[in-house]
Design a binder for this molecule. Structure first.
Ligand code: PLP
Length: 385
């Protein structure tokens, strides 16, 4: 059975062109870029090239790109690095819907004497900028707010937020792991100070990412050791990962508008048909400000996990909004923050598409979903029959 992969917000296929580019860095060009010999030296040039490719995608200067091991490290480095550079300020502002790579770090800061404000969202997952403004004060070291939500795809008005925050002399970080490569991000016309991105969300390998650090931003190094990345992140470079990320960024940048349009059309077709054909199905997240590839739909009275298992039997990969924690199914913190009722949050499914999905895959899923939902509803003790 062919696999239909609609879980691209979890991770993506490495593009064939990216794989072709990086395989020789394992077997042929395996030198250490810090070495004095010519063999290692050429790798340094390839890393410089990758830095330029990443910078070009997001409108940055290559000197502002710091390679890391992925989104989680970039987020941690941004938060800890800012706080270490601003020791007199003890307040951090974030949102209730961040990825755990930000939320867990912020919650841990509370154990170390920081005050952390988690801004709420409304039922469509939107932020109230007025509340952010009210909370900004002279004690605020950092505001960290995601660009696009991994579960619902909701895109926050990040440029407006960056302007507000930086006009108050506060550092602004955004976790753009789900945005870069899916929607245009242009830092040349932005007030964002720090931005995280991750290779495996845009068809590069896992285990590589970037922290963008705007020129002049005060940031203490998070990983100490060697002098790599201009002293901002120690550790021998993940050369295949970095070269692959460069190539993936070049590919994303060359065609972002066309690809977005195609992926959006597939997503819209899938979403519309499911909402029409499945009873008691509802869309989660702001329909007017969303990533083009993501749809999050709740099916009342049935468990998301049960839907996933049945989708899996048909060869379809998606993900659900609940996580199995300590033996019980907990609805996602994002859907809870949006006030989605438990009966709906439990039965939520995220489909996240990529440039590699086809119309045939969408049509097959449209055929299968009503069968799954009807079958599970017939078994559900919560539905009156
Ligand atoms: N931030 C967001 C919004 C994410 O979706 C993810 C991964 O799912 C991460 C951070 C973590 O990135 P990585 O897997 O590269 O550590």
């Amino acid at each position: 059975m062919k696999t239909i992969y609609f879980d691209n917000n979890a991770t993506t296929k490495v593009a064939d062109e990216v794989f072709a580019e990086i395989s020789r860095y394992f077997t042929e060009f395996y030198g250490n870029p810090s070495s004095m010999h010519t063999f290692g030296g050429r790798i340094g040039r390839d890393i410089r090239n990758a830095r330029e490719q990443v910078a070009a995608l997001i409108g940055a200067d290559p000197s502002e790109i710091v390679f890391t091991s992925g989104g989680t490290e970039s987020d941690s480095a941004a938060i800890h690095g800012t706080l270490a550079a601003c020791p007199n300020r003890r307040k951090v502002i974030t949102t209730r819907v961040e990825h755990p790579a930000v939320l867990a770090v912020c919650r841990d800061l509370e154990n170390h004497g920081y005050s952390v404000i988690e801004l709420p969202v409304d039922k469509l997952g939107r932020l109230d900028i007025g509340q952010l403004e009210e909370n900004l004060d002279d004690d605020t070291a950092l505001v960290t707010i995601m660009y696009a939500n991994n579960e619902t795809g909701v895109v926050f008005p990040i440029e407006k937020i960056a302007e507000l925050v930086t006009s108050r002399n506060v550092i602004f970080h955004t976790d753009a792991v789900q945005a870069v490569g899916k929607i245009p991000v242009d830092l040349s016309r932005s007030r964002i100070d720090l931005l995280s991105l991750s290779g495996h969300k845009l068809h590069a390998p896992k285990g590589v990412g970037v922290l963008y650090v705007r020129k002049g931003t005060r940031l203490s190094p998070f990983m100490l050791g060697g002098h790599q990345e201009a002293g901002r992140r120690a550790g021998t470079e993940n050369v295949p990962g970095i070269v692959g990320l460069g190539k993936a960024c070049e590919m994303a940048g060359s065609n972002i508008e066309d690809e977005n349009g195609r992926v959006r059309a597939l997503r819209d077709r899938l979403e519309k048909a499911i909402l029409e054909k499945c009873l008691d199905a509802r869309l989660n997240g702001d329909p007017d400000s969303r990533l083009p590839n993501t749809t999050n739909i709740s099916f009342e009275y049935i468990e998301g996990e049960a839907i996933l298992l049945m989708l899996d039997k048909y060869g379809i990969c998606a993900s659900s909004g609940s996580a199995c924690t300590s033996g019980s199914l907990e609805p996602s913190h994002v859907l809870r923050a949006m006030g989605i009722p438990f009966t709906a949050a439990h039965g939520s499914i995220r489909f996240s598409l990529s440039r590699y999905n086809t119309q045939e895959e969408v049509d097959y899923t449209i055929e299968v979903m009503p069968k799954i939902v009807n079958h599970l509803r017939n078994l559900s003790p919560f539905v009156h029959k």
